[in-house]
Design a protein around this ligand. Structure first.
Ligand code: SAH
Ligand code: SF4
Ligand code: F3S
Length: 469
């Protein structure tokens, strides 16, 4: 007799994730919700009974990708006589709702980012073809409260959502509409999730939020204190046994307070990396974007952060061709990049998003001007990124081993500055890469390129092997 607690039959779920780390986290949580229903993750739509596209609405291209993927899935579904459930989740689901099912009738379910805990109920409704197949309500903390309390960790690094939504309303951005108002989780809940991850071997946690440094979650119940800031949260999570590295993303310059900056200097677990998007170096454009700070105020924040942690790697996002951007405005962005000297940065051509204020502004910039500016900016950013990586050559750096490298006998890991590191293990190394996963080892950097460092193992593990000989 089968155990009634066991799922009746294994089914496959394939979740395809687009967009930001928040979606990566949410996709993991959807897998957690589906596991008790007997859904095991599979690697492609071909093996799946349920496909979830976890979508991104940030730029037009991101949205269009979803519809072309849905066109493919429709063919798969037809070939199987309809035996495939197709769900659209994420920010396109939130922004376009029922329109998605009108545009692509093969879609069975549409659910926004606050509704993932309702996935089981919706799948049941879809299979009976009754009830609502659309969930795009915002229900404050319900999502986090209703998701399973435990998580399955996948390797030594993990994302942990601490804040969702955004109240900044930058004039180009859809996030305040797709993710709703800013909302922080209580510190006790976050600490519980961190402990559960640590117990499963996670060593590095990235605290996530659309506007993570605006965090203001309920203080731990025992303290009787008012809401805590991100700086306080970081100090608290640093005490969780097993958590050796902490990062956070993405921050807004306006919420970069002194305590958080100080934490970069005095919390050993805090990694020397700060992703602080600036978007533009022109005060006129920053104003039109509603960013709420000037280019010099941003420079001053960077100066303070570097004072607290001199080796910190600074990262950013840029938009070129925002409405009204002149050659002089663009030059101001180039100058800011020269002044700050970034370790890495992401840059995009402005994409007009329906419903956002900037979409209707005068002075939309022609595509070819955007193309030329993007190329110029990216050329400079690539030079800075390569120079930053090369500055580590000759140094011995602590690397968190995350898995196998590109070649046999090679391991792959992460430096404190979020660089990918490949290094050789000694040929007759007694330990296999799975044994080493999650360890932090010393690697001497021998070479560096645009996207990674390469080096050789020194210290602890190499010594262990020599001692054994
Ligand atoms: N919350 C984060 C990131 C938001 S989206 C922040 O405030 O920085 C990630 C990046 O996408 C943004 O930083 C911005 O550079 C880019 N982006 C957002 N909307 C865009 C648009 N309409 N066109 C082009 N790029 C955009
Ligand atoms: Fe979008 Fe601005 Fe909020 Fe970032 S801060 S999510 S760019 S509105
Ligand atoms: Fe995209 Fe939504 Fe993230 S629009 S960038 S997936 S918050």
């Amino acid at each position: 007799m089968t155990d009634p607690r066991e799922p009746k039959q294994a089914k496959g779920v394939f979740i395809k994730t687009y967009g930001c780390q928040m979606n990566v986290y949410d996709s993991e949580r959807m897998r957690d919700v589906l596991r008790p229903l007997g859904y095991a993750p599979v690697d492609s739509a071909d093996e799946a009974d349920l496909v979830v596209l976890n979508t991104c609405h940030i730029r037009e291209k991101a949205t269009e990708k979803v519809y072309s993927e849905l066109g493919q899935l429709k063919l798969t579904k037809q070939a199987r006589g309809g035996n495939l459930t197709i769900a659209v989740a994420g920010c396109v689901a939130q922004a376009e709702g029922a329109e998605i099912m009108r545009r692509q009738p093969a879609v069975d379910l549409v659910l926004g980012p606050q509704s993932y805990h309702k996935l089981p109920e919706m799948i049941a409704r879809a299979s009976r073809a009754v009830g609502d197949r659309l969930e795009t309500e915002f229900e404050t903390l319900e999502k986090f409260d209703a998701l399973p309390k435990t998580r399955e960790a996948d390797g030594p690094t993990a994302f942990l959502s601490v804040q969702e939504g955004c109240d900044k309303f930058c004039t180009f951005c859809v996030v305040p509409y797709t993710r709703g108002a800013e909302l922080s989780r209580p510190v006790d809940d976050i600490a519980m999730e961190a402990r559960s991850l640590a117990a499963q071997g996670v060593r590095e946690i990235t605290l996530l939020g659309q506007n993570v440094n605006a965090f203001h979650g309920a203080a731990p119940a025992l303290t009787n204190e008012a809401d805590w800031t991100l700086g306080q949260l970081v100090r608290h999570i640093a005490k969780v046994g097993g958590i050796e590295r902490i990062r956070y993303t993405t921050s807004h310059p306006r919420d970069m307070d002194d305590d958080l900056i100080a934490a970069h200097g005095d919390v050993p677990e805090m990694m020397p990396f700060l992703h602080l998007p600036v978007q533009s170096g022109s005060d006129n454009i920053l104003k039109a974007m509603n960013r709420g700070h000037t280019a010099d105020e941003y420079r001053e924040i960077i100066r303070k952060v570097r004072e607290a942690r001199p080796d910190i790697a600074i990262a950013s996002d840029f938009i070129v061709g925002f409405p009204g951007e002149s050659d002089a405005d663009f030059e101001a962005t180039m100058q800011l990049v020269r002044d700050v000297d970034y370790a890495i940065a992401y840059s995009f051509k402005y994409s007009a998003r329906p419903g956002t204020p900037a979409a209707d502004m005068f002075g939309q910039v022609p595509e070819e001007v955007k193309d030329a500016r993007l190329q110029q900016l990216q050329q400079l950013l690539r030079e800075q990124q390569t120079a930053f990586n090369r500055s580590k050559i000759g140094q011995t750096v602590p690397v968190l081993i995350t898995g196998k490298g590109r070649n046999p006998g090679q391991a792959h890991g992460r430096s404190p500055w979020l660089q990918a590191v490949h290094f050789e293990l000694p040929q007759d190394h007694a330990m296999t890469i799975p044994d080493l996963k999650g360890r932090i080892v010393d690697v001497r950097v021998i070479d560096a390129s645009l996207n990674s460092l390469s080096g050789e193992l020194v210290g602890e593990v190499a010594e262990m092997r020599e001692a054994a000989l």
